[in-house]
Design a protein around this ligand. Sequence first.
Ligand SMILES: [Zn+2]
Ligand SMILES: [Zn+2]
Length: 113
Amino acid sequence: MFEHITANELAGYGVGALLLCATISAPKIDSLISASQRSSLGMCKRCGDLRLIACSGCKGSGLVKEGGLFRFNPVDDLYRSFGDDANMMSFSCTKCRGRGHFNCPECSKLSHG
Ligand SMILES: [Zn+2]
Ligand SMILES: [Zn+2]
């Protein structure tokens, strides 16, 4: 049953196995794959049906830490809070208003859930 398999095909299987390993070990490739898997599964490509997207400004924490620089923004001043670090101050993220995430624009377009 192996008589039709050429060396080229065998090499192809080898590369396939390598890709599989790379997929498991490399998070970048993994996220790429899962994004396409999500869309093929009918899940939201942007949020994976979480309906939330982490804020890039504060990396989902809702707080932006700043050291040394003072910003004289009255809105920031209202929300200013002292962090654990003596020289670091954390501000409520103005991009997401301290929530750390946004509603997914893709999902809010659809009226599901
Ligand atoms: Zn934010
Ligand atoms: Zn979404």
